[in-house]
Design a protein around this ligand. Structure first.
Ligand SMILES: Cc1ncc(COP(=O)(O)O)c(C=O)c1O
Length: 359
């Protein structure tokens, strides 16, 4: 085996990838002269307008540094401290944000729902709401769903509407963690409005980083009332960038000529390609339907160890087990081929130590 110990690209996360050319070009362009600070600049206004155009509606848009801030602050704006947020048991807001949604909402409790393939079962909403209705129970106020999900699946329009129907019935608001919203849109071939405000979503956290920007996710309020004083919430939480144009300009670069969707579609295609290479291997088990840019696969432990020794990075602690293999805007077929070749090399039974030539 040759000694290539540092692959150029990994399958650990789409945030391992660099900044895409469109975002980089916009940054360079924004880096001219002076501009007003704290979001009152032309780049930020343009980015927000492009998001309004994309969703074909009037909405309030705020840029924060990352997805954890976007989720936590938007959820906090939907709830009082005595409320609860219903989400899937493996949701990022529950499992991967270090309690930030509870912290920024001053204690709003997160209640966990189950459901196959990382998606909330709408019947679970009803069960959780009706479990208790007394004053001692944290009153359910919001449902949070992740699109695409933490397991690389996507909610269909009908599935989101089924959640909406239950939410309406019980007076719950809908939050969408869209860290990989672009991958979901690319996978489904829908208009962004169809899986957001037209399906009952009040607030979307629209991810930029995994799509190709350097930093900064957009909080998009379709429910304008919920956006009231959100700017103060951002400032208090340390999420108001003084040089905001460098957070918002990459969004202009991504949105203006459709790079956001092109890059997401490419990442999804690479994941499909990876899946097509892994599926025929008897020692590999694909765990969930591959619908966005992640493939979850169960691999034999020695193969995992061997791939890591060869320098490949990927996660084994996310979701419900298995290896998460995530593709990004810059993943190439060559990367996939190199990974699969190394994987296959570790699947070969080792030659017996005492074997001699010609036996
Ligand atoms: C589903 C999901 N939501 C939100 C985030 C955003 O997290 P961060 O705060 O790291 O940008 C991530 C990042 O891994 C994610 O996978």
């Amino acid at each position: 085996m040759n000694q290539r110990l540092e692959p150029l690209r990994h399958f650990a996360s789409d945030n391992y990838a660099g900044i895409c050319p469109e975002a980089w070009a916009a940054l360079t362009e924004a880096n001219q002269g002076h501009a007003v600070g704290y979001g009152d600049d032309a780049w930020t206004a343009k980015a927000a307008n492009l998001i309004r155009d994309l969703f074909e509606t009037n909405c309030e848009v705020f840029f924060v540094f990352n997805g954890t801030a976007a989720n936590s602050l938007s959820l906090a704006s939907m709830c009082q401290s005595y409320h609860s947020i219903l989400c899937h048991e493996i949701a990022h807001v529950e499992a991967d944000e270090c309690g930030a949604p509870e912290f920024f909402s001053n204690g709003t409790k997160v209640l966990l729902l189950s459901g196959a393939n990382g998606k909330i079962d709408p019947a679970g909403i009803e069960r959780m709401v009706k479990r208790r209705t007394d004053i001692h129970y944290p009153k359910p106020r919001a449902v949070s769903l992740t699109q695409a999900t933490e397991l690389g699946t996507v909610y269909t329009i009908e599935e989101i509407k089924a959640i909406w129907s239950k939410a309406k019935q019980h007076g719950l608001r809908i939050h969408m963690d869209g860290a990989r919203f672009a991958n979901a849109v690319a996978s489904m071939g829908v208009a962004p409005k169809e899986i957001t405000w037209q399906a009952g979503v009040d607030v979307l956290c629209f991810g930029g980083t995994k799509n190709g920007t350097l930093v900064g996710d957009a909080v998009v309020f379709f429910n304008l009332e919920m956006a009231r004083e959100f700017d103060y919430r951002c400032k208090q939480a340390g999420q108001l960038a003084s040089k905001m144009r460098f957070v918002s300009a990459p969004w202009v670069g991504m949105l203006e000529a459709g790079a956001w969707l092109r890059h997401a579609a490419h990442a999804n295609r690479m994941a499909a390609y990876l899946e097509s290479k892994l599926r025929p291997l008897p020692a590999v088990k694909i765990l969930f339907p591959r619908q966005a840019n992640a493939v979850f696969a169960e691999l034999p432990q020695p193969v995992i160890a061997g791939l890591r020794e060869r320098g490949w990075r990927f996660y084994t602690f996310i979701g419900q087990g298995g290896c998460r293999l995530m593709c990004a805007w810059d993943t190439t077929e060559t990367d996939v081929d190199a990974f699969v070749a190394d994987l296959q090399a570790h699947l070969q039974p080792a030659a017996p130590a005492n074997a001699t030539k010609g036996e």
